[in-house]
Design a protein around this ligand. Structure first.
Ligand code: NAG
Ligand code: NAG
Ligand code: NAG
Length: 130
């Protein structure tokens, strides 16, 4: 075993310690990052509502990759999340307490393990009305 290899092995162990705070997350992290397709729709709907049609693209994930999560932060402190095994389009809706301007953020993530998820996000500001 040469010194370079030993150094790399120690670094890998140290990285493992840092990344295994949930008990099971080991390198390599970020095996891939899905992309959010530009056909994704984020819009206000009359009746204090907003709707999101989340369309993802494989990005650099292989077609056989499984384990994704999408997240929507509605801009009023409420979040919606869902785990799915394969890339697929999804819809989410939310009803606000009050009219106003809200910034909605959609994230589409590869989740090899909880602590090393890799996401692409898209935000849009919408005017929510009665
Ligand atoms: C995948 O793409 C993201 C950026 O979209 C990049 O940060 C990441 O390093 C890429 N991963 C691989 C394995 O190429
Ligand atoms: C979406 O992306 C494609 C290719 O990346 C581009 O040709 C198209 O104009 C984009 N559409 C919108 C609405 O941005
Ligand atoms: C999705 O899966 C991750 C990893 O197993 C978990 O930590 C997270 O709570 C799950 N999210 C939902 C919305 O079920």
């Amino acid at each position: 075993m040469n010194k370079g290899f030993l150094g790399a092995a120690i670094m890998a162990v140290l990285a493992g310690v840092v990344l295994s705070q949930n008990g099971y997350c080991l390198p390599p992290c970020n095996p891939c990052t899905p992309q959010i397709d530009n056909h994704t729709v984020i819009e206000a709907v009359p009746g204090l509502r907003a709707t999101v049609e989340i369309i993802a693209d494989y990005g650099n994930c292989s077609v056989t990759y499984t384990g994704y999560e999408w997240q929507v932060s509605w801009g009023d402190g409420v979040r919606s999340m869902k785990n799915i095994s394969h890339i697929s389009p999804e819809q989410a809706q939310h009803t606000y307490q009050a009219p106003g301007t809200y910034t909605v953020t959609v994230g589409y993530c590869a989740v090899p393990h909880y602590c090393c998820e890799s996401c692409t996000t898209l935000s849009k500001t919408i005017d929510v009305k009665n």
